[in-house]
Ligand binder design. Structure first.
Ligand code: KG4
Ligand code: ZN
Length: 355
């Protein structure tokens, strides 16, 4: 099966070509174009994002065609494709619309099957890219899998019982963990996106220098809350304005913020994996690129749940991309979950697994 996938839910315009034999990857080409324009606003501006997607999409598809068929010949590309896929939600409504409407038009023009992908499910399937064992494994070997979803807009624990079968165990009650990184970075004057900036600075700092709150760490549920951390960081900076030009001081601050976020994520994930008897534990979403989170969660799994297999997506596929959307689309297509191109629409609030 040969899939063309498009992702445009937030501020990355992305396209991918995936060739699979069942779920085994034979060929994968992908391109991501990040919208740098939002950096000056310190966050994503929806209307600006949608316009940038619309401007970039044709160029991106032409570049993908060149990679796949050696020229910008769209007809040649179309002849190779069996399924056209795009992210249908969750995300920014006008941004989603650019990607999905492009896919709908291509599916009609090329007379192909159309698949609508959930963006969070895409992040989960980033684990499959680069992992041949997962691509070949029978569902019985992998599921139930406990997934920690950590992105710019989402922080949740999902139990995946099978392909396409999710249960939401808990979620953040306010800010997502990516937002906690982004907002703390903004307060520190580090720019957007803040996660990579905080984690680079944190590498030189003492993670126990400042004792920030660990919200909901000991509560017997699978929910999170990160808005209090942002407030604590704001007060701390207000109280130490004179020290904010000291590079060791800011490194210690960054390391302490990162430690507070990661500690809560790891503790709650391990508890959920134990309670649910998960066979596999997976990371998903942009914050999965965080080195400290990867190391601490792998170590905690090995120590506390030695029979659980820990998996993390390749770094290249943690933040938004279309390769992960193509992989998720492959499983949707195997399940014959197709949409009618003339009728389907975006679903900006599509939640995975809420009962
Ligand atoms: O999944 P993603 O690309 O977009 C959404 O679907 O939201 O996630 C973006 C988020 C941003 O909040 C960004 O700061 C965070 O992922 N992020 C990181 C790192 N790389 C990206 N957070 C912490 N450490 C990182 N290395
Ligand atoms: Zn994402």
């Amino acid at each position: 099966m040969r899939i063309l996938a498009i992702e445009s839910s937030c501020d990355e315009t992305a396209a991918a070509y995936l060739e699979v034999d069942r779920a085994k990857i034979k060929r994968l080409e992908h391109i991501v174009s990040s919208q740098l324009i939002h950096a000056k606003y310190g966050g994503v501006v929806p209307e600006v994002a949608a316009r940038a997607h619309a401007e970039t999409m044709p160029k991106l598809l032409a570049a993908l065609a060149k990679k796949v068929v050696g020229s910008e010949d769209g007809e040649k590309l179309g002849k190779k494709i069996d399924v056209v896929a795009a992210t249908r939600g969750p995300g920014l409504v006008t941004s989603l619309r650019v990607g999905l409407d492009t896919a709908r038009a291509l599916a009609i023009a090329w007379r192909k099957k159309l698949v609508g992908v959930n963006h969070i499910e895409g992040h989960i399937y980033a684990n499959w890219l680069g992992n041949k064992t997962l691509q070949a494994a029978s569902p019985k070997k992998i599921f139930p899998a406990l997934i920690l979803v950590v992105s710019g807009g989402h922080t949740e624990l999902l139990l995946m019982k099978d392909h396409g079968d999710h249960r939401l165990l808990g979620a953040t009650r306010d800010d997502a963990s990516g937002e906690a990184f982004d907002k703390s970075a903004k307060l520190m004057g580090l720019g957007y996106p803040g996660g990579p900036a905080i984690s680079r600075l944190a590498a030189k700092g003492n993670p126990f220098a400042v004792d920030f709150p660990r919200p909901m760490l000991h509560e017997a549920n699978y929910d999170f809350s990160f808005s209090g951390l942002k407030t604590a960081v704001r007060y701390f900076i207000d109280d130490h304005r004179d020290k904010m030009s000291d590079s060791q001081f800011t490194a210690d601050l960054a390391a302490s913020v990162e430690q507070a976020i990661v500690e809560v994520l790891v503790a709650k994930t391990i508890r959920a994996a134990r309670d649910t008897g998960a066979k596999t534990l997976m990371l998903a979403g942009g914050v999965a690129a965080n080195k400290k989170l990867r190391i601490m969660l792998a170590a905690a799994t090995a120590e506390k749940l030695p029979n659980v297999a820990f998996m993390e997506p390749p770094l290249e596929y943690c933040t938004d991309n279309a390769a992960m959307i193509a992989m998720a689309a492959a499983y949707r297509a195997l399940a014959k979950d197709f949409k009618q191109p003339s009728k389907t629409d975006v679903d900006p609030n599509w939640e995975l697994g809420r009962m």
